[in-house]
Design a protein. Structure first.
Length: 342
């Protein structure tokens, strides 16, 4: 039997086309076979849904993530895999969020998009779309080859929660610096089986989705010259529950007493502070320098080699579960969907 794939178009460049009057309008993915007759040769049944409203991904919110997760849940039994077409700007955030929210996922959910609209002759969208469909449909011995949330862009398939958008210009806009590609695409698709996660559940069971997200999360990037007033103001926000602290190098921050005092006071209020590095490559290791060790003593959680995108999504997801504080901290320290290297 042919595999069935559901394409979900959320918005973004990939689905934009110029109409007769020269205005950019969204492409109607329900007419996908008319537009790309070659898709029939894939031997896959394809349906398409367009989210309402279509958004530029700069406008995406946790509310949109919940609607997307529910849409996948509601269609889970009817399809073998899902391709989510998303604007590139925040695709790594949404894809990271899905990796946590789709709790017992056992089918492929492949995110992709493009840097050039799909009706432009030189578009990167056509190849990204076709290969994403192939990957979402790929099975071995009756089981999905990539039963996790992934992101496909320009010949590489990545674990979604390891990606960042690193280029506003290049067609290979996404990178996964701290985890190898799940697949590399040339003449054929080469899957790196040992890096692909096992299914988190049984494909015949209903999908469980977590739609209670805690949005009391802030990202604070430190910089030389950050003042006590600024740090204090940012961390005193009403409703703040967690902070992703973007530090230098291997997790280092100023050792000035005022800096530690502000953090200590914030943590004493019950706010979770997670240390991630501003570097794209490598990990936080809070034992190497005095500047990192201090943070550890205060109770800052080591974010290891997490991206900021994954840290934000994970905090919203974990805090949304309203676990006892110690249990939440315990989950934040370990990999729950392969988002950090342990
Ligand atoms: N601004 C667009 C978006 O993220 C860019 C893109 O799709 O590449 O929705």
């Amino acid at each position: 039997m042919k595999p069935s794939i559901l394409i979900i178009y959320t918005g973004g460049t990939i689905g934009m086309r110029t109409d007769a009057s020269g205005v950019l309008v969204p492409f109607d993915f329900s007419g996908i076979y008319d537009e790309f007759p070659a898709l029939r040769r894939l031997n896959v049944n394809i349906d398409a849904i367009t989210m309402n409203p279509i958004i530029d991904s700069s406008n995406v919110s946790p509310e949109n993530w919940c609607r997307l997760a529910e849409l996948i849940r509601d269609n889970y039994a009817s399809y073998d895999g899902f391709v989510v077409l998303h604007g590139t700007d925040t695709m790594s955030y949404t894809a990271s969020a899905m990796s946590f929210m789709l709790e017992n996922l056992a089918k492929p959910v492949v995110f992709t998009g493009s840097q050039i609209p799909i009706d432009v002759l030189r578009t990167d969208g056509r190849e990204n779309l076709i290969t994403a469909i192939e990957i979402a449909a790929a099975k071995e011995n009756g089981r999905a080859i990539v039963p996790e949330v992934s992101l496909y862009f320009q010949n590489q398939l990545f674990r979604a929660n390891r990606t960042i958008k690193h280029s506003a210009e290049q067609l290979n806009a996404f990178r996964s610096f701290n985890y190898p590609p799940l697949a590399e695409v040339g003449v054929s698709i080469q899957y790196n089986h040992s890096f692909i996660a096992e299914a988190a559940g049984d494909p015949n069971e209903p999908l469980r989705v977590a739609t209670s997200l805690d949005t009391g999360v802030a990202v604070v990037k430190i910089f030389p010259g950050i003042s006590p007033q600024i740090l204090h103001a940012m961390l005193s926000i009403y409703g703040l529950h967690a902070v992703v602290l973007e530090t230098y190098g291997a997790g280092n921050a100023p050792t000035a007493d005022w800096f530690s005092d502000i953090l200590r006071e914030v943590i004493a209020r019950g706010v979770i502070v997670m240390n991630v590095t501003q570097c794209t490559d490598g990990a936080v290791a809070m034992d190497i320098y005095e500047t990192g060790r201090r943070l550890k003593e205060i109770g800052v959680i080591c974010g290891a080699d997490s991206t900021t995108e994954a840290a934000v999504a994970k905090l919203m997801y974990i805090l949304g579960r309203k676990l006892p504080h110690d249990e939440a901290v315990e989950m934040l320290r370990k990999a729950i969907k392969g988002e950090i290297t342990e």
